[in-house]
Design a binder for this molecule. Structure first.
Ligand code: HEC
Ligand code: HEC
Length: 305
């Protein structure tokens, strides 16, 4: 009985969070000057305590699809974080940020990273001091924001503006949605399975995820560790253990390794584990192959302005 109640609750929750799948737009409206300034800051280790770590250290936007391809990222002083890095690409479309959604938007997210002792480990005051005593940045901020004193808020604002440009339009799947290309027969089969088995109940909306909280282990429980950033860390409610903001599946082909704990090295492994833990299904080799082929159609163009 209890099981039925929980499942009904889950289904209700999923039904509420279902959104239609839409293509990634070609561009978003951005303030180019702010974005260009944000781009410089994104790459600059000036914003970390030891001046060795920048956003780019863990979010390689040129070769690693906005991640670092490590199980856990290395930040300040080479310290390992306690979660697998999420990609910065298309992050602007996620309803909240981080695995447990502790940041409400891109701007707030920057403050978390700067102050994280395992990431950049710098206070807001120190960040402001560094930028204000840097003649180049001081001049740039004056040009763009028209101010003589740069605040931490403006630093975060510029970086967030740059992140809005990190979107990946024109994936094969988006071109298919627009009626411009056909999927191959294998990709079609993968898409059908993705819908029929119910992957789409949690991975939907513009990002194929990023718009709801769900449990890893909705059907067959997954091991829980207290240090991973799940919803439990925020709510302290038992049922929030192993509940995460669903990650986006856009560009998932190249954001390995997978899961909050980086435990799945390949996409095949991630798909199998998902089907098992979240749907109670053991996929065959063929089904896994079809779904993976479909997921690879979600790789878009990495456009960097
Ligand atoms: C030491 C490595 C490291 C550094 C440096 C770093 N990040 Fe991250 N980033 C991560 C990890 C790991 C996560 C996931 C952590 C979590 O959710 O708890 C993450 C998550 C994010 C997310 C959330 C994506 C989503 O889908 O929710 C954004 C956006 C982001 N980082 C942007 C930045 C920016 C901007 C900077 C620089 C100001 C930065 N990161 C610096 C490792 C890093
Ligand atoms: C009940 C909701 C739910 C269902 C159903 C579901 N997923 Fe997930 N998916 C999640 C959550 C939550 C995560 C994050 C898990 C974690 O890391 O803790 C995730 C993670 C993933 C990842 C790893 C992404 C990354 O960047 O680490 C892949 C790939 C994936 N799912 C594919 C699928 C496929 C394929 C199916 C269908 C066979 C599916 N999912 C069904 C909720 C769901």
């Amino acid at each position: 009985m209890r099981l039925i109640f929980i499942n009904l609750f889950l289904l209700f929750h999923i039904a509420l969070s279902f959104e239609l799948i839409k293509p990634i737009p070609e561009n978003l409206p951005v303030n180019d000057k702010k974005a260009q300034l944000g781009k410089l800051l994104f790459h600059d280790p000036i914003l970390s305590k030891d001046k060795k770590v920048s956003c780019f250290s863990c979010h390689d936007i040129y070769n690693k699809c906005g991640t670092d391809h490590r199980k856990f990222s290395k930040g300040f002083n080479g310290l390992e974080g306690t979660a697998n890095a999420l990609t910065v690409y298309n992050a602007v479309f996620n309803f909240r940020l981080f695995w447990n959604s502790r940041a409400k938007d891109l701007k707030e997210q920057v403050f978390f990273v700067l102050q994280n002792p395992r990431e950049m480990n710098i206070s807001k005051e120190e960040a402001e001091k560094r930028i204000n005593s840097h003649s180049f940045y001081k001049k740039k901020f004056k040009e763009v924001y028209g101010v003589n004193y740069v605040t931490a808020d403006m630093i975060a604002d510029a970086i967030a503006e740059f992140e809005k440009t990190l979107i990946t339009p024109d994936s094969k799947f988006d071109l298919y949605l627009k009626g411009k290309v056909k999927l191959s027969p294998d990709e079609e089969k993968g898409l059908k399975l993705f819908k029929r088995y119910g992957c789409i109940t949690c991975h939907n909306g513009i990002n194929f995820g990023g718009n709801s909280f769900q449990k890893f282990g909705a059907v067959i429980p997954y091991k829980w560790k207290p240090y991973f950033p799940d919803r439990y860390q925020i709510t302290k409610k038992e049922y929030d253990k192993n509940v995460y903001r669903v990650p986006s599946l856009r560009n998932v082909e190249c954001t390995y390794p997978y899961f909050h704990d980086g435990s799945a090295k390949t996409l095949e492994e991630a798909v199998r584990k998902m089907a098992y833990h979240n749907l109670g299904i053991e996929l065959t080799d063929k089904e896994t192959m079809y779904i993976v082929k479909f997921l690879k159609t979600l790789t878009g163009k990495l456009k960097i302005k």
